[in-house]
Design a protein around this ligand. Structure first.
Ligand SMILES: Nc1ncnc2c1ncn2[C@@H]1O[C@H](COP(=O)(O)OP(=O)(O)OP(=O)(O)O)[C@@H](O)[C@H]1O
Length: 255
């Protein structure tokens, strides 16, 4: 059995004439916070979207917790145990914060959404448990006091927290975050960092793409750097920071 929670290798992805990913892989151990960085257009989003089933790769080997998984569609990936958030927040704006998290939780419920609607006794009991767990998750990410607030009225930083709570509601083995600090001010970034450390301390494994390299260096256990669709470096932040290829990629500004 592999030591890795996520073990991906040989990913190629072409868009028409553009080779967006060339033989890219990533190996993440359980409990790590793992970062994916690289200059604009390096292929980070493409790779992330391939891992989470949004884009179909031309080739690649995908394993989660030692078992092959098929990144054929987002729901298949979610079922395998990977939950993600999006760069552009995708919440149900008209629903409350609590309801947004409950929807995430229903992915795991026995009765499913229909059971909850028809309110059989078993469904009612399960519904109460889902509600309690959703509240717990809101408390965990620090917005428990806004449980009944309509999602669209939450501040930007709190909406991001809510997205993370909703992703956690599926009890994922891997939490994949797409630029969680995008658009955040310095205070919100600091709070996000604290939250990610808390998630790590709960034993969760996290993969994130983030443009804020400073944030990544202080937060990640390991980092993969992409440039022009290829992996140019992999290692702990201290190694990455002084890697000549990484420095050249960022200073080059070719993208
Ligand atoms: N759906 C698509 N169709 C065609 N080309 C695409 C598509 N998505 C990405 N690309 C191209 O693939 C390359 C990699 O883009 P990608 O968005 O993955 O990079 P990135 O590292 O996430 O960049 P950024 O930091 O700017 O978000 C770019 O040249 C981009 O134009």
């Amino acid at each position: 059995m592999s030591d890795y929670l996520l073990n991906i290798s040989g990913v190629n992805k072409r868009f028409g004439g553009l080779q967006a990913l060339t033989d890219v892989g990533i190996q993440i151990r359980p409990g790590q916070v793992y970062g994916l960085i690289g200059p604009n257009g390096a292929g980070k989003t493409t790779f992330f979207n391939v891992i989470t089933g949004l884009y179909q790769p031309d080739s690649g080997k995908f394993e989660l917790a030692g078992k092959p998984y098929s990144p054929s569609a987002p729901h298949a990936v979610a079922k395998a145990g990977i939950a993600r958030t999006f760069q552009n927040i995708r919440l149900f704006g008209e629903m409350t914060a609590l309801e947004n998290v409950m929807v995430g939780r229903h992915v795991r419920s026995k009765q499913g959404v229909f059971g909850a609607i028809f309110r059989h006794k078993a469904a009612r009991i399960e519904e109460a448990a889902i509600r309690a767990r959703a509240q717990e998750l809101l408390d965990f990410v620090g917005i428990g006091q806004f449980a009944n607030r309509t999602a669209k009225y939450l501040s930007y930083g709190d909406q991001r927290r809510l997205e993370i709570a909703r992703a956690l509601a599926t009890d994922p083995q891997l939490l994949a975050l797409d630029e969680p600090a995008a658009g955040m001010n310095a205070t919100e970034k600091l709070a996000l960092r604290e939250l990610l450390v808390k998630i790590k301390n709960e034993g969760k494994t996290v993969l994130l793409i983030e443009h804020d390299v400073k944030l990544m260096m202080g937060l990640c256990d390991r980092i993969t750097v992409l440039e022009y669709g290829k992996r140019i470096a992999e290692g702990v932040p201290a190694e990455i920071q002084k890697d000549p290829a990484v420095i050249a990629a960022y200073l080059g500004g070719a993208h």
